[in-house]
Design a protein around this ligand. Structure first.
Ligand code: XIL
Length: 357
């Protein structure tokens, strides 16, 4: 077998997560907002580390259309112009998500809702078609607690359009932006709990149904909001699931990774070590189990994480879930990401082997 010999990394490479990821054929990036671009140290970190970015708010339906009428894409256009100018890929997050429906549709009739949802998808994809690496076409479709046999969430999209809403969305996006990777994005598939295993099974069944129906889903997005105190270091159930996803013809994108330290001991060094270890082990499991297109964290710096409101620490201490600290300095998590992203290319179970007889 001819060993895969990696050229020694140039210094500039070893200081950039995006360049290190590129050595393994991956993109690395983070969610970004227009506000981030006004922070000198965050702007520097994004330009140094990111080869792909995702608007944290600026492409969500409730932000694009807070009131009826013409959509407001100015925030998204600002980020798109920045990404294009910096040679950074851009993701469209997210077209149909039950948590980003504009308030003025709360009491809409089914017909009005469908018309508005289809108009939003068409206007958004058309506006950025050709410039998007990928679209999170549907976000968080599963919610087994709603008791449906198919595990689908009883969202306004399901109520108005039935289970076929996923196929409608993906086919419309594929028609309008045929060059983009179309992603079905989901949370809670990464954990070791019985509930997560049930959700993985429901996701496999959903993708099988949609593939049979001809729905153009290209990748499964794992949000990967992890818990440093709960994520197993070895995870055979997740590995098996990811191999099944690959066997169904999909690739994987890690779309929103962060590692909550809300339940860790207060000591900063202990928290940073546990968080870093979780990043490293989770990425090792994913990258050795399937073809992965991109790894993204939900934010870059602890200075701004959604977890501050979503999952605060009981003791009120500032959270430390991301690769950079509040001043933009690299933490052990940054180095753990660097190590996992630049590990020698693994034998992809589906790629032809380079080994010679
Ligand atoms: C979050 C943002 O980061 C928050 O600032 C906002 O208040 C709520 O949405 N899964 C998703 C993301 O798909 O869009 C969410 O982003 C985090 C959970």
């Amino acid at each position: 077998m001819i060993p895969i010999v990696m050229a020694p990394a140039r210094k500039s490479e070893t200081r950039s997560l995006g360049r290190l990821a590129a050595r393994s054929g991956l993109l690395y990036g983070a969610s970004t907002s227009t506000a981030d671009l006004t922070s000198p140290y965050l702007l520097e970190a994004i330009l140094r580390d990111c080869s792909i970015i995702t608007p944290e708010y600026e492409l969500k339906w409730d932000k694009v259309s807070p009131t009826p009428g013409e959509p407001d894409f100015r925030g998204a256009e600002r980020l798109a112009a920045f990404a294009a100018g910096a040679g950074i890929a851009l993701r469209g997050h997210t077209l149909w998500w039950h948590e980003a429906i504009p308030p003025w549709l709360a009491e809409a009739t089914s017909d009005l809702f469908v018309k508005a949802a289809q108009a939003h998808l068409a206007s958004t994809v058309s506006r950025f078609a050709g410039g998007m690496h990928s679209w999170d076409v549907v976000n968080e479709p599963l919610h087994l607690e709603h008791g449906r046999d198919d595990g689908l969430r009883r969202s306004p999209f399901l109520e108005a359009l039935g289970p076929g809403y996923l196929g409608l969305a993906f086919k419309a996006a594929a028609d309008l932006d045929p060059g983009a990777v179309l992603v079905l994005n989901e949370m809670g598939l990464e954990y070791a709990s019985p509930a997560a295993e049930a959700k993985r099974l429901a996701m496999l069944r959903l993708i099988e149904r949609e593939r049979k129906a001809g729905t153009p889903i290209h990748a499964l997005g794992l949000q990967a909001h992890l818990d440093a105190m709960d994520q197993p270091r070895r995870h055979p159930q997740l590995s098996a699931f990811l191999r099944e996803i690959g066997a169904l013809g999909l690739t994987i994108m890690i779309t929103e990774m962060d590692v909550s330290d809300a339940r860790c001991p207060r000591d900063r060094r202990v928290r940073d070590t546990l968080v870093a270890e979780t990043y490293r082990c989770f990425l090792e499991v994913v990258l050795e189990s399937c073809t992965t297109l991109a790894v993204q964290t939900w934010g870059l710096s602890d200075a701004r994480t959604w977890l501050t409101t979503a999952r605060p620490r009981p003791d009120g201490a500032a959270l430390r879930p991301l690769p950079l600290d509040r001043a933009g300095r690299r933490k052990p998590a940054w180095h753990a990401l660097a190590a996992a992203l630049s590990a020698p290319a693994r034998e992809d179970p589906r790629r032809p082997s380079l080994a010679l007889p």
